[in-house]
Write a protein that binds this ligand. Structure first.
Ligand code: NDP
Length: 620
C-alpha cells in the first residue's frame, strides 16, 4: 500500500512555489478552442470507429416488436439494468447494442495491457449473484469482458440482445404512451419504458492536428486496436512491430497501460506527451483462496460502500468515513490519507488554514511523492524531469502502473515531450514535434473519448419527448433532471451515467446504485398501474437549484485552477462541459442517501398518472 507524503513538511514557500508552477503549466496548455480542438470521428475519419472485432457484412431482417423495457447499451450499465429487472420479475426486455457482443467499454478497449485500476472485487458487478471471484486484485480486460458475457448468460440476456445495431431515433407517442425506436437496421421497436445505458465516454476522439489525414502509414485509435497489424493480443506479444517505428500520441490512463507493451516490441517507440500523467504504484496480486473462504453473503456491496466512503472527500470532511479500509490500495490511501490529514489540520485550527488550503498541502505532499517516484525509476534525469506531473491530483485521472516509467530506460524508446503544445503536424511520413520530423510506420492515437459534446453528436440519435420537444433543445443550457434520472417532458425515460448525480471512482458501484433506483421507480409505476412516470417541472427545477447550491467553492476553484482535460471541459470551467461539472456537491455517499430517503418518502415530485388518462404533470 502506498503512503502519502508528510504534510507537516510542506512549507508556505513550497506551497507558493507549487501554486505558481501549477499555474504556469496550466496557462501554457489553455487553448481558446478548448473542447473544439478535437475532430469528430465521422466522414473521412469514420474508419477510426469501425468495429475490428466482427466479421464484416453482417445482415439480418428488421425486427418489429413491442416490449415492456427497451435498454440502450450492453455495457455493465445495461447488463445490470437487465439483470436487476429480471430479478424483479420483468422479463419483457430488448437491448440494443452497437457492438458485436456485450461489455461496452470493455468490448471496445482491447489494447495491450488494458486493465481496470479499480479493485476487481468491487468493480466487477454481480460477483455474488453469478458465483464468480476474479483471479487477481486488478482484473485484466479479457477477464472483465468474459465476466460481462457471464452476466449475459446467467440472466439469459442473449435472446433479448440486438447486436451491431444503432439507435437512430427515439420518439414518445402519447396516443399509446410508448417510446418508438428506429434503428440503422430498420427495426421498429416500441417500449413502455426506455433505459439509456449508453455510457459517458463511448465516442473516440482525435486531436485536430494539421495534416492528420495525410499520413500514409498505419494509424488507429486505442479503442479499435489493430492486432492484424501489431500481432499479439491484450496480454502483449506484439511481434508484428519488430521492424516498425511507432508513435503513440497521448499519455492518459490508456497510454500508460499500452506503452510498456509497445516499448517491449516496437523497433522504436516515440511516446508523444502533451501533459504527463501521475503514475503511482500498482501492486497487483493473485486472489488469495483463503481470503475467499472468509467472505460472507453481502460482502461485495459492503466492500463497495466501504471503498466509496473512503474515496469520497465529502464523507471525510463530514467525519462519516469508516475506520476500516477493506480495499487498502492506492485509491483509498491517496484519498483516505490525504484527505484525513487535511481534515485533521483544518479541524485542529492550529495553522489557521481553511479546508481548501489544508487539502492543497496534503495534495502537494502526495504529488511530491509521485514526482520523487519518477526520479527513483527513470535513469535519464532530463527524461525524468519531463515525466513529472505538475498539477493537483484530481486535475487528471490518477493512474497506477509498475511498468510504464521503466519503459523510458529502454534504448528503443524516446519520450517526445511537447511542453504542453501537442503534436505540431502530421506529414505523409510521420509527425512533427518541436520543429523536428520523426518518420514512423504507425501512429496510435491514445487520445481518449468525447466528453461534453452535444448528446446527439455523441450518441447518433435524438430523443423526442412530449409535444415534439427534443432533449438537445431541452438541455441546451445543461442537463435538467430530477436526481439525474429523468427529465420533464420525457416520460418513462431513464438515464444512467453522469448527469446531475454523483461521481465515484468505482463506476460499476455507481451504476449498480443507479439501476437499483431506476428499478424501484419502474416497479412503483407498475404497482400503481400508472400510464407513465415523469418528474414535474418544479421538481426538476428544484434539483437543478440543489445541484448549484451544493457546489463547494473550493472544489469548483480546484477545477478552475486545474490543467485542462476532460474533467474540466479542457479548461473552459463553468460551462457544464467537464465530466466532473454539475454533479451533486456533497459527494456520492450523501447522494445515494438522498435518493434512498426520497424513495422511502413516496417519491415526491414524480407524477404517476393512471392508465386511463394521458396527462402531462406539466400541463397547464
Ligand atoms: P484521456 O483523455 O485521459 O487522455 C488523452 C491523452 O491524449 C492525454 O494525454 C492528452 O493530453 C493527449 N492528447 C490529446 N490531444 C493531443 C495532441 N494534440 N497532442 C498530443 N497529445 C494529445 O484518454 P484515455 O483514453 O487515456 O483515458 C480515458 C478514460 O478512460 C480515463 O480517464 C479513464 O476514465 C478510462 N480508463 C480507465 C482505465 C481503468 O483502469 N479503469 C484504464 C484506461 C482508461 P493532455 O493531457 O494534454 O490533454
Amino acid at each position: 500500500m502506498t503512503t502519502t507524503g508528510n504534510i507537516d513538511t510542506i512549507t508556505d514557500s513550497e506551497l507558493q512555489a507549487a501554486r505558481e508552477r501549477y499555474r504556469v503549466e496550466r496557462d501554457k496548455r489553455l487553448r481558446p478552442d478548448a473542447n473544439d480542438q478535437y475532430i469528430e470521428v465521422t466522414g473521412d475519419y469514420e474508419s477510426y470507429v469501425a468495429d475490428p472485432y466482427v466479421e464484416p457484412g453482417f445482415t439480418r431482417d428488421p425486427v418489429v416488436r413491442d416490449v415492456q423495457v427497451l435498454i440502450l447499451g450492453a455495457g455493465f450499465s445495461g447488463l445490470l439494468a437487465a439483470a436487476r429487472l429480471r430479478d424483479a420479475g420483468i422479463d419483457d426486455i430488448a437491448i440494443i447494442e452497437k457492438a458485436g457482443d456485450v461489455g461496452g467499454t470493455w468490448y471496445w478497449n482491447r489494447y495491450p495491457g488494458a486493465q481496470c485500476d479499480i479493485e476487481s472485487y468491487i468493480y466487477l458487478p454481480l460477483l455474488e449473484e453469478t458465483g464468480y471471484l476474479p483471479i487477481e486484485k486488478y482484473s485484466r480486460a479479457p477477464e472483465i469482458r468474459q465476466h460481462a458475457i457471464r452476466i449475459a448468460q446467467f440472466y439469459d440476456l442473449y435472446p433479448r440482445l440486438l447486436f451491431q445495431t444503432e439507435l437512430r431515433e427515439l420518439r414518445w407517442d402519447p396516443t399509446d404512451s410508448r417510446w418508438h425506436a428506429g434503428t440503422d437496421r430498420d427495426d421498429r421497436i416500441s417500449a413502455r419504458y426506455v433505459i439509456l445505458s449508453n455510457g459517458p465516454m463511448n465516442r473516440p476522439k482525435l486531436p485536430g492536428i494539421p495534416g492528420i489525414s495525410t499520413f500514409t502509414g498505419r494509424t488507429f485509435h486505442t479503442s479499435r486496436w489493430d492486432y492484424a497489424y501489431t500481432g499479439g493480443d491484450e496480454r502483449g506479444g506484439l511481434e508484428g512491430l519488430a521492424d516498425k517505428r511507432v508513435a503513440v500520441i497521448g499519455t492518459g490512463a490508456t497510454g500508460i497501460q499500452c506503452v510498456p507493451h509497445l516499448g517491449r516490441y516496437a523497433e522504436h517507440l516515440y511516446v508523444v506527451q502533451r501533459t504527463p500523467s501521475a503514475v503511482d504504484v500498482r501492486g497487483n496480486r493473485p486472489t488469495d483462496p483463503e481470503w475467499a473462504t472468509t467472505l460472507k453473503p453481502g460482502w461485495q456491496r459492503e466492500r463497495m460502500r466501504n471503498f466509496n466512503a473512503l474515496v469520497n472527500p465529502a464523507s471525510l470532511f463530514l467525519g462519516s468515513a469508516p475506520s476500516e479500509d477493506l480495499v487498502a490500495d492506492g485509491w483509498t490511501s491517496l484519498l483516505g490519507s490525504t484527505m484525513s490529514a487535511s481534515v485533521e489540520v483544518a479541524q485542529s485550527g492550529a495553522t489557521g488554514d481553511d479546508l481548501g488550503v489544508a487539502y492543497e498541502r496534503a495534495d502537494l505532499a502526495h504529488m511530491n511523492r509521485i514526482r520523487r517516484r519518477v526520479d527513483e525509476i527513470v535513469d535519464d534525469p532530463d527524461t525524468a524531469e519531463k515525466l513529472k506531473a505538475w498539477y493537483r491530483t484530481f486535475c487528471k485521472r490518477p493512474t497506477f502502473n509498475d511498468d510504464y516509467l521503466p519503459t523510458f530506460n529502454r534504448p528503443n524508446v524516446t519520450l517526445l515531450d511537447t511542453d504542453g503544445r501537442g503534436v505540431e503536424r502530421v506529414t505523409e511520413q510521420g509527425i512533427v514535434v518541436n520543429g523536428v520530423e520523426y518518420e514512423v510506420d504507425c501512429i496510435i492515437f491514445a487520445t481518449g473519448f468525447e466528453v461534453g459534446t452535444n448528446y446527439t453528436r455523441r450518441f447518433g440519435f435524438e430523443i423526442v419527448g412530449r409535444d415534439g420537444a427534443t432533449l438537445s433543445a431541452h438541455w441546451a443550457q445543461g442537463p435538467r433532471t430530477l436526481h439525474g434520472y429523468y427529465s420533464d417532458g420525457f416520460p418513462n425515460c431513464f438515464f444512467t451515467g453522469l448527469n446531475q448525480n454523483a461521481f465515484t471512482p468505482n463506476f460499476c458501484h455507481m451504476l449498480d446504485e443507479q439501476v437499483e433506483h431506476i428499478t424501484s421507480v419502474l416497479l412503483e409505476a407498475e404497482r400503481r398501474g400508472s400510464r407513465s412516470v415523469e418528474p414535474t417541472a418544479d421538481a426538476v427545477q428544484g434539483w437543478v437549484q440543489e445541484i448549484a447550491a451544493t457546489q463547494m467553492p473550493f472544489t469548483t476553484e480546484l477545477q478552475t485552477t486545474c490543467t485542462p482535460g476532460y474533467y474540466n471541459g479542457e479548461g473552459a470551467t463553468g460551462k457544464g462541459k467537464g465530466l466532473l461539472e454539475g454533479l451533486y456537491g456533497f459527494g456520492s455517499d450523501a447522494y445515494f442517501e438522498v435518493v434512498r430517503t426520497w424513495r422511502e418518502n413516496g417519491m415526491p415530485g414524480l407524477a404517476f398518472p393512471r392508465r386511463d388518462t394521458e396527462v402531462s404533470p406539466n400541463a397547464d
